[in-house]
Design a protein around this ligand. Structure first.
Ligand code: RFL
Length: 392
């Protein structure tokens, strides 16, 4: 190629499928290193920039953006995380997570803001990003020059980056029998509501016999709440009054101010991993290869960390002919993925079982885990290290 401005490029170095956190991180990293790429996104810009999900970029992700001179664009001025509050039966306990991690704070950057900023930065740099592209199909992945066809267009490239999320086409383009997949249902239902209710002082998680609840800031005047709900029930039918009543009960806060509920979603407490994260010249990045529960806030950060490793590997291959990074991409990403899956499961069990009176033994184990976090500095430091994000 490199017709990155023209929109009609027939050849490029990397075709990136999907313009979420994984795809837009990768696109910006490659652009900053002078590697040509085209991003193909199925949805329109408004949809992609409005999708609200994650709220935190961990310290490791900020370091990664910093390495590409993007930290100011994506995280400049974003509030730093300070303390984490875990409320047990209405009694608050505070954990200085950044301090315990050796001064490595995470930042509050809502996912839609991160994506908006990455899109703007890529387009300002002359990047080729095509929205509303239908029928994207990766082909010839085991050949030297794969192709990606879409609508009535076609691109030939050196690498395909499958950044199209769990339901995307990339993983499904791998021939049968190549991937081993692992799925796990945590057996817990989560209901999340976005509300015009003042942000909590600190990120807040609460253990109670009424079920788990959490409250996180989404800007100064809005909160995202999470409520555990009995599986087999659709909590989106709950009257608002009942939702607020449950939140007050679980958070142990009679004075919790309600507000207009602007979003309701049921969140799958499911985990998934596909191995390996590469087939021929295609590399899977982010949710296309793995999903993780929101407990621990690692999904978006894993997507950014995968994109970082892939960008580094492609740059080394293109500039120096060093293909070792590409050969090791899958195993390096999977090591961190499983580490975070374990962390997320550990955290999920602790926060949900500690209030669960249906199984007294399991409950006592979870309470012991929670106590250790507040009484053992090494245990607290290990927790904080994972919250800050582990280095590659
Ligand atoms: P995404 O965000 O799903 O983006 C994929 C993009 O690909 C497009 N696409 C296609 N494009 C072209 N052709 C096709 N055939 C295509 N198919 C799909 C899609 O339109 C989309 O634009 O995947 P990506 O980039 O890997 O990013 C992953 C993150 O979105 C995800 O891990 C996080 O949202 C998970 N997550 C959280 N992660 C955190 O780090 N911290 C959190 O606090 C956190 N909270 C959450 C979350 C996920 C949630 N939900 C709804 C699952 C809270 C929630 C409620």
């Amino acid at each position: 190629m490199d017709d990155r401005r023209g929109g009609m490029a027939a050849e490029t170095t990397v075709v990136i499928v999907g313009a979420g956190p994984a795809g837009m991180s990768l696109a910006n990293f490659l652009q900053r290193r002078g590697v040509g790429c085209v991003v193909l996104e199925a949805r329109d810009r408004e949809y992609v920039e409005g999708r609200q999900r994650a709220g935190v970029i961990d310290h490791r992700a900020e370091e990664i953006f910093g390495e590409f001179g993007l930290a100011e664009q994506v995280a400049g001025g974003a509030p730093l995380e300070t303390l984490l509050e875990i409320r047990v039966g209405g009694v608050p306990r505070l954990l200085d997570v950044p301090g315990l991690a050796g001064g490595r704070p995470s930042r509050l950057v809502p996912q839609q803001l991160l994506v908006q900023r990455l899109i703007r930065s890529f387009l300002d740099g002359g990047g080729d990003l095509r929205f509303g592209v239908g029928d994207v199909t990766p082909r010839d992945l085991d050949r030297e020059r794969p192709r990606v066809t879409y609508g009535d267009g076609e691109l030939s490239c050196s690498y395909v980056a499958g950044c199209d999320g769990f339901h995307g086409v990339s993983r499904r383009s791998v021939p049968d029998g190549v991937l081993t997949t692992y799925s796990f249902d945590h057996g817990i239902g989560w209901y999340t509501v976005l509300a015009e209710s003042p942000a909590p002082r600190y990120p807040l998680m609460a253990v109670s016999r009424h079920g788990f609840a959490a409250q996180f800031a989404r800007g100064p005047h809005a909160s995202r709440f999470y409520l555990q709900h009995p599986t087999g029930e659709d909590p989106r039918q709950w009257p608002d009054e009942y939702t607020w009543e449950q939140l007050r009960l679980r958070l142990g806060d009679d004075g919790l101010r309600d507000g207009r509920i602007t979003g309701r979603e049921v969140v799958d407490m499911r985990s998934f991993v596909a191995e390996p994260m590469a087939y021929g010249k295609m590399f899977l990045v982010g949710d296309a290869a793995h999903i993780i529960t929101p407990m621990g806030a690692k999904g978006m950060n894993l997507a950014i960390a995968d994109a970082y490793l892939l960008a580094r590997a492609i740059v080394a291959a293109e500039r120096d002919g060093d293909v070792s990074g590409l050969a090791g991409y899958s195993s390096a990403c999977l090591r961190r993925t499983w580490d975070y899956q374990e962390f997320s499961r550990w955290y999920t069990e602790m926060m949900h079982f500690a209030g669960d009176e249906s199984d007294a033994f399991r409950r006592r184990l979870a309470l012991a885990r929670l106590d250790r976090l507040f009484s053992s500095p090494p245990a607290a430091a290990a927790f904080a290290d994972l919250m800050a994000g582990t280095a590659v």
